[in-house]
Design a protein around this ligand. Sequence first.
Ligand SMILES: [Zn+2]
Length: 797
Amino acid sequence: MSFLGSQQTMHKSDSIDKTHWSQRLVILGIILFAVAIALWQLVPPNVIPATAPLTEFSADRTMPDLKAISQAPHPIGSAAHTAVREYLVTQLKAMGLQPEIQTTTVVQPGDGGFGAGRVNNVLVRIPGKASTGAIVLDGHYDAADTGPGASDCGSCVVTGLETLRAIRAGTPLNNDLIFVFADGEEVGMLGARAFVTEHPWAKDVKLAINFEASGSRGAAVMYITSRNNQRLISEFIKAVPYPRMTSFSPAFWGLLPGAQIGCDLEEYTARGSGGFGFYYGGDTPAYHTLRDNVTEIDRRSIQHNGSYALSLLQHFGNLDLKTLTATQNAVYFNILPNVVLHYPESQVLPLAIVTSILFVAVVWLGFRARTLTFKGISLGAIAFLLSAIGVVVLNVLGWWLMRSLNRSLQVLLIGNYQANLYHVSFVVLTVATMMAIYSWLCQRFKVDDLAIGALFVWLLLTIASSAWLPGASYLFAIPLLFNLLAWSWILLTRNRSWMGILLLSVALIPGIVLLMPVQVYFGSWMARFEGIMNVPLSTLQMVFTALLCGLLVPQFVFFTSFSSVTSRSPRWIVPGGTLLIGAILLSIATFNSGFSTAHPRPNTMSYLLDANRGQANWVSSDRHLDPWKVQIMGTNAQQQQIEFALSPASSGFSAPAPLVNLPALEVQRLEQPTSSNKSALRLRLKSPRQASIAYIDLTTQGTIARAEIDRKPLDLTPLTPKQRQALKFIFFGLPQEGIELNLELTNSQSVQMKLEDYTWGLPAIAGSAIAPRPADLMPAPGHPDYTIVRKQLSIAI
Ligand SMILES: [Zn+2]
């Protein structure tokens, strides 16, 4: 049986022989083997039992702590948050340590205003024997207000506690260790910022290690590092037993506007410290929901965190931390679950040049063998580019359509409960479509032209990424290199036997092993963006599958070419069958996309009182009503734009609510300091109902020359004169005694203020009890049941 020749040679024998099918199975076997190796990278290591020596990290030993910490949502400013901090301090003292609580107010610029809060970091320092600097292990102990935070970030806190125990049980290290149990991460990394900007220990920090979670399971990935990390990466790989990492991740995140990931690590690396950031992100719908609990969490993910934490502290704890910086970044990636390849970025361009030369050699060999033509390769490249783009567009449109038709996908959730099955279905459908396209194309064009044309697109991607996104270049350069090597052997030996396709399929393995895990990571990031922006982005990850299809051209042709020419061409059997499998999987995913007690439907409900008008409303940002909401809102809920400071404007439902007598934020005018020559305004803002979140929107006709929140000056220098007529901020963790707002104004006769304060939970309504949510409902992530009191007032200067 010949293959990869022109169609003429392919149709020479007269029937489908059995060997051909067994050969197809072998090729399929190789592909599935590569897929298995790729997916194996997503599996965390096994849990070390609690009976292990104390010098080891045991995820089982962290369970009592995790249960204690993640009983209930514990956002900054809540009573549960205080309880978690007290538990943490008790545990640290029980270890014989003297934890320090850093209490301070932090103010930082954010989107169109400032974010501020009163934070309480819990800090522990273990002095080294001969310190060259300090290593920070950071994990935040505050949680989102819509979930108990077992993963985000109870897992980070217990990783810190268990690592501390293991370190203290082992031989002392040279360098100082600082454990930062940070506060206020969920409301803008306030605690980490407080530590790095205000705490005297911060100047010693040479390396920061940060843990995060945005799901409830999966391998912990080292997804972000500091710049010029070549030395750090090579030491990292020596140290950790189960590395999972890709330099694609920092390269991709660096592309985003602002290049902000939104984790504590950025606070350290922005101030020059080296750093490693970890997260695990399997089961994204658990993120910031009630399902982020101890039962749902996969202990292996904590074990994986611990394997990094302990080995990194032990390794870097004895290195000279002053020598960690390099002059360049490293490119790094897993080739097997625990095997990482890395090289300095300076080798990226040489690699691209070698690949380009090899490509030219392959083309020359093809010209010489008369199987390739310049025109043919160009058409092959265009054909691949158009079909790959077309298939990705189809995926995005298909997902948009499914989201428009399926109400279960129209909820506020990060990802969906059937995300994995949807993912597999879209991969199968993408491959089937590309196979069908190539089955058709190979009737009109020569296979070699089509295959080398697709590789030309890969070459362009290699060159472009090598020039502009070196951290991602390996994704293209290495798979291409292997394919070109296989092609040069085929064209050199002019061997068109079964050996050729076998070789090409083996050469495919690096592509699958490198791209597939990245596709999964990328998919979880897209699910997050989809949840935040409410645009269908999840299937954008199919760009990786579509690209891989460019390496699969010979296999597509092999799978769809049959030597018999009957009236009903069997070349549609394989793509048709694959399409059918994809459609069945998609149907199963859709059929199971509904909600249950195991997979609760997220919904939202808040009580909004306008103190000026004496009017109250139930408001919900959901797109659809459900019986629980109807029971609260009544049957005449109106569709309306819903907007309050902690919820971006969105269409939702509103209905009149009974009036509950709740006091609004109190604005007290304090004595003005006499030294000031501009008009000064000193205010005390206080919540008589002890709300812990306050929002202030202040405007004036004049200019705000200076502003201080809780005695922390605001940096107004980047603001335009127009922007200086207003000041907006949210304060988290509002103390009982309130905060002071000090302003210096020029040319102002008065200020207008819009105020909101927030408590968690709906108010008690006299004479009617609000039923708690049934077990198949839960608050949507980031949308707890708020009671909001809104007020407007004007103050004359
Ligand atoms: Zn977090």
